[in-house]
Design a protein around this ligand. Structure first.
Ligand SMILES: Cc1ncc(COP(=O)(O)O)c(C=O)c1O
Length: 414
C-alpha cells in the first residue's frame, strides 16, 4: 500500500476501510490485483445500481469510443443527448405525468444540488433553505452547509441561512406544526425559499420519510410559494424499486436532483429535472464545462431503454428488497436482543445496531469474509446494504449469508 499512504492525501477514506487494490469488476463482484473476489454491497456509494461494467452498457461505450463519436460536448446538440432526452421524456417523465425539462449540470450530485438551490433562490428571491436532520447533499460549500454530518465525519462548512427539521418516519401533528413554523419563520432575517429533502435518506441511515409527511410538505410549500427540491441522487434511478423514491407519495417536487446511477455505467453525470414553468433560466446563467458527458448520455439512454421500458426492473427490485428486509429482520431478531432495528426502502436498506463501534466491527468482519458493506446513519450505527439492483438472486443470498456470519462474529466478540 506504500505509494498510496505516501503520496495520497490524508483525506482518503474508503481505502482505509477496504485496504485492497481492486483491479477489475463485473456485476456485483470486485476483484483485486491478486485475483481475490469481493461481493460488492456498496456499489460505488449507489453509483453502480446497474452493476459494475454492465456488459450491455460497456458495449455501447466501446462502440462509441471506436466510432470516434463526440465525448465532450458542453451543451451542444449530439445524437446521444437527443436519444437520452427522448428516453427520459417517454420512459420516465411522461408515464409519471411529470411535465419537466432536463437541465444538464456538472457531473456530481453536489453540483445538481447547487443548481437547484440557485434556481430556487432565483425564482423566489428568498435565500433561506429548510432541510432535515440526517440529510446529505454533497461537499461543495453550500451543499455541505445544508447537510448533516456524513456518517461520523463532521461537515465543517456553513454558509447561508439554513434550518434543520427532524427526520419524520411517522408523521404526527407536532411534525406538521414544526414544518409550519419552519416555513414561516425567517432564518437570520431571510425568508424561506426552498425545502430540500431526500425522500429516502441515504447517508442519514437508509430511511424513507413517511409518504403522508411528503404530501404535507408539498401542500404547505404550494400555499407559501416555497420550492420543493427532491434530492434523488442516491435513492433515485430505481434504487428503491420505482424510478423515483418519492413515487406513491404526493411530494410532486418542483426540482429533482439526479446523479450517481443515472449514467448506468458509473460515469460522472448529473442532471436536474425542473418543472417546465419554473425553467426561467437565462441562457448560460448556470453553466459548467463538464455538463455534456456525451458518453454518459449514450449509456444512460441505453440503460433507460433497456431497464425502464416496462415494469420488470421495479418489480424485481421490490422483490429483492423484500428478500433483504426478511434477512435483516432475522438478523435483528437473532442477534439484536431487542436493540437492533431494520431500516430501508427497496434495495436501499440497513441494520441499525445502535452504536458505531459494533457497526464498524460488522463491516470489518464482512470485509474479512470478502463482502463490502458501508456504515451510515446517525452516529454511524447503521450497516448499509446497497447491492447493485441487478444483482443475481443467488449472489444476493450469498451476500446476506456472509452478512449474517459477520454480524454473528462481531456480536460474539463483545
Ligand atoms: C443524496 C445525495 N445527494 C448528494 C450527494 C452528493 O453527490 P456527489 O458526491 O456526487 O457530489 C450524495 C452523495 O453521496 C447523496 O447521497
Amino acid at each position: 500500500m506504500q505509494p498510496f499512504e505516501e503520496f495520497e492525501s490524508a483525506v482518503r477514506y474508503y481505502c482505509r476501510r477496504w485496504p485492497a487494490v481492486f483491479s477489475t469488476s463485473r456485476g456485483s463482484t470486485l476483484t483485486t490485483e491478486e485475483g481475490v473476489e469481493y461481493l460488492d454491497f456498496f456499489a460505488g456509494a449507489g453509483a453502480l445500481s446497474y452493476g459494475h461494467n454492465n456488459p450491455l452498457l460497456v458495449d455501447v461505450a466501446i462502440e462509441h469510443l471506436r466510432a470516434g463519436k463526440i465525448l465532450h460536448s458542453l451543451d451542444t446538440f449530439t445524437p446521444e443527448k437527443r436519444r437520452f432526452l427522448e428516453a427520459m421524456e417517454s420512459l420516465i417523465l411522461k408515464p409519471r405525468q411529470l411535465d419537466m425539462v432536463v437541465q444538464t449540470v456538472g457531473p456530481t450530485g453536489a453540483t445538481a444540488v447547487e443548481a437547484a438551490l440557485t434556481l430556487a433562490q432565483r425564482l423566489t428571491g428568498k435565500r433561506a433553505v429548510v432541510g432535515y436532520a440526517g440529510g446529505y447533499h454533497g461537499m461543495t460549500y453550500r451543499a455541505a452547509s445544508i447537510s448533516a454530518s456524513m456518517a461520523g465525519r463532521e461537515v465543517v462548512a456553513h454558509v447561508g441561512a439554513f434550518r434543520t427539521l427532524p427526520f419524520v418516519a411517522h408523521v404526527t401533528d407536532h411534525d406538521l406544526q414544526l414544518l409550519d413554523e419552519a416555513l414561516t419563520t425567517p432564518v437570520d432575517g431571510q425568508a424561506i425559499g426552498a425545502v430540500i429533502l431526500e425522500p429516502t435518506q441515504g447517508e442519514g441511515g437508509a430511511r424513507p420519510f413517511d409518504p403522508a409527511y411528503l404530501g404535507a410538505v408539498r401542500q404547505r410549500c404550494t400555499e407559501l410559494g416555497v420550492i420543493v427540491i427532491a434530492d434523488e441522487v442516491q435513492a433515485g434511478v430505481g434504487r428503491t424499486g420505482p424510478f423515483f423514491s418519492f413515487e406513491g407519495s404526493a411530494l410532486d417536487p418542483d426540482i429533482i436532483c439526479l446523479s450517481k446511477s443515472i449514467s448506468g455505467l458509473g460515469l460522472p453525470m448529473a442532471i436536474l429535472l425542473v418543472r417546465r414553468e419554473l425553467d426561467t433560466w437565462a441562457p448560460g446563467e448556470f453553466t459548467g464545462t463538464f455538463r455534456g458527458n456525451n458518453l454518459a448520455f449514450a449509456t444512460s439512454a441505453t440503460m433507460l431503454e433497456h431497464y425502464w421500458s416496462d415494469e420488470e426492473t421495479e418489480k424485481e427490485t421490490e422483490e429483492k428488497g423484500l428478500i433483504i428486509r426478511t434477512a435483516l429482520d432475522h438478523l435483528a431478531e437473532t442477534y439484536g436482543q431487542g436493540n437492533f432495528s431494520v431500516v430501508g426502502n427497496g434495495m436501499l436498506a440497513g441494520l441499525n445496531v445502535t452504536n458505531d463501534s459494533l457497526a464498524t466491527a460488522i463491516a470489518d468482519e464482512a470485509f474479512a469474509r470478502r463482502l463490502i458493506v458501508e456504515t451510515c446513519g446517525t452516529g454511524d450505527a447503521t450497516v448499509k446494504l446497497l447491492a447493485p439492483i441487478v444483482i443475481e438472486e443467488d449472489e444476493l443470498h450469498r451476500g446476506l449469508q456472509l452478512l449474517e456470519a459477520s454480524v454473528a462474529a462481531a456480536c460474539s466478540a463483545r
